[in-house]
Design a protein around this ligand. Structure first.
Ligand code: DAT
Ligand code: MG
Length: 140
C-alpha cells in the first residue's frame, strides 16, 4: 500500500475566485509532486457519495450543494508524509482558525466554503484518489 500520497480538491469557491494557479503554486512550492489531476465538476450524487461519512451532520446538505455548485480541480499528490504535511499546508477547517500563510488562511471564504480539501488518512487518500481517477490517469 502506497502511504506517501494524499488526495486534494480545489473547491468551487476558490475556483470561482480565480485561485487555482496560486494554490497549485503553493502545492508545488511545498514539494508535492502531481500524480494525477483533472478539472471537473461533481454531480450532487457524486458529492454526496464523496462526503458520505458526514451524512448525519447538520451541514451535510449544504456541503453537498456547495461541492456540486461549480467546477473543481481534483488531484493526487505525492510527498514523504503527504497526508499530514498537506493538512499542515492547508490549515484548519475554519479559515478563522487557520495558521497565517496556510492555503485556507489565504484563500478560504468561510468554514463551509474553505477553498481546499485534504484527505485525513492514508486509507482515505487512497479511497478518494480511486474515486476520482482510473489507474491510467495516474503518473509516477
Ligand atoms: P476538513 O475538510 O478540514 O477535513 P471535515 O472533514 O470536518 O473538515 O468537514 C468536511 C467539510 O465540511 C469541511 O471542509 C467544510 C464542511 N464543514 C465542516 N464543518 C462544518 C460546519 N460546522 N458547518 C458548515 N460546514 C462545515
Ligand atoms: Mg475531512
Amino acid at each position: 500500500m502506497v502511504t506517501n500520497r494524499t488526495f486534494t480538491m480545489i473547491k468551487p469557491d476558490a475556483v470561482k475566485a480565480g485561485h487555482i494557479g496560486a494554490i497549485l503554486n503553493m502545492i508545488n512550492g511545498a514539494g508535492f509532486k502531481i500524480i494525477a489531476m483533472k478539472y471537473t465538476k461533481l454531480s450532487p450524487e457524486m458529492a454526496g457519495k464523496f462526503y458520505e461519512v458526514h451524512k448525519e451532520r447538520p451541514f451535510y446538505g449544504e456541503l453537498v450543494e456547495f461541492m456540486s455548485s461549480g467546477p473543481i480541480v481534483a488531484a493526487i499528490l505525492e510527498k514523504e508524509n503527504a497526508v499530514a504535511d498537506f493538512r499542515k499546508l492547508i490549515g484548519a477547517t475554519n479559515p478563522a482558525e487557520a495558521e497565517p500563510g496556510t492555503i485556507r488562511a489565504k484563500y478560504a471564504k468561510s468554514l463551509g466554503e474553505n477553498a481546499v480539501h485534504g484527505a485525513d488518512s492514508d486509507e482515505n487518500a487512497m479511497i478518494e484518489g480511486n474515486f476520482h481517477f482510473a489507474g491510467t490517469e495516474m503518473f509516477d
